[in-house]
Design a protein around this ligand. Structure first.
Ligand SMILES: [Zn+2]
Length: 223
């Protein structure tokens, strides 16, 4: 007989081998982002959609192809009218105005029927939302996705670049007796007391500026 273990130190066999997926990661090639940015720049705030395909897929990650197509569409700042056109892509990327990070009902009506995966793009935050339609028997199970842009630069090795670190002015002063000749010191004849006072003064100016900033921020919130 089996008992549930509250500490979950034991798992049933089928649980231990399976991943639990609450979001599917979608890797978007940089080119697709640049295409979206470029279309935004050519338009005047209108919505639009482009389509692409799934290049590869694992149980928790989908990688998009960087081939794309721009379907025929009539657009306004708040709507898209998809015109009759020939394409068979499985992914749609839909542009919304900044901060409108959810699909509208009309988006869902068209997109749900025609695409396996949909992403939402805004000019400000790029890929902000997405849904993958997992097919299960006769049904579709929508799963939220986490879009990630593949900038293609994760593995830059900078071992050959060696930054030269200059010592700060205070360090130079502290070590002046060992490193500098007598004539060189003349330029740096500060006493520690002078330095101490100078730093204190800088500190209080910084505090003043921080207070000022904070108050400005607060008064903006009140307005
Ligand atoms: Zn929309």
């Amino acid at each position: 007989m089996k008992y549930l273990n509250e500490n979950k130190t034991e798992q049933s066999t089928w649980e231990s081998d399976l991943k639990i997926i609450d979001k599917i990661k979608v890797i978007v090639p940089l080119k697709i982002l640049l295409v979206c940015n470029s279309i935004v720049a050519k338009l005047d705030g209108e919505e639009f959609s482009i389509v692409t395909n799934i290049q590869s897929k694992t149980s928790d990650t989908i990688t998009l192809s960087d081939d794309y197509y721009i379907p025929k569409q009539k657009v306004t700042a708040g709507s898209i009218d998809y015109l009759p056109d020939q394409y068979s892509h499985s992914v749609v990327i839909h542009r919304h105005p900044d901060n409108l990070n959810n699909f509208s009902r009309t988006d869902n009506d068209f997109i749900n029927q025609n695409f396996e995966l949909r992403l939402l793009y805004t000019e400000k935050d790029y890929f902000v939302n997405g849904v993958y339609n997992l097919k299960y028997e006769e049904a579709i199970i929508p799963i939220p996705v986490k879009p990630v842009i593949d900038y293609g630069i994760e593995e830059i090795d900078i071992a050959n670049i060696e930054p030269i670190i200059y010592s700060t002015r205070v360090d130079t002063l502290a070590g002046r007796n060992e490193t500098k000749g007598l004539n060189d010191i003349d330029d740096f004849l500060y006493s520690y007391e002078e330095l101490f006072n100078e730093i204190n003064e800088l500190n209080s100016r910084l505090e003043f500026l921080e207070n000022e900033l904070q108050q400005n921020r607060l008064s903006e919130v009140v307005i």
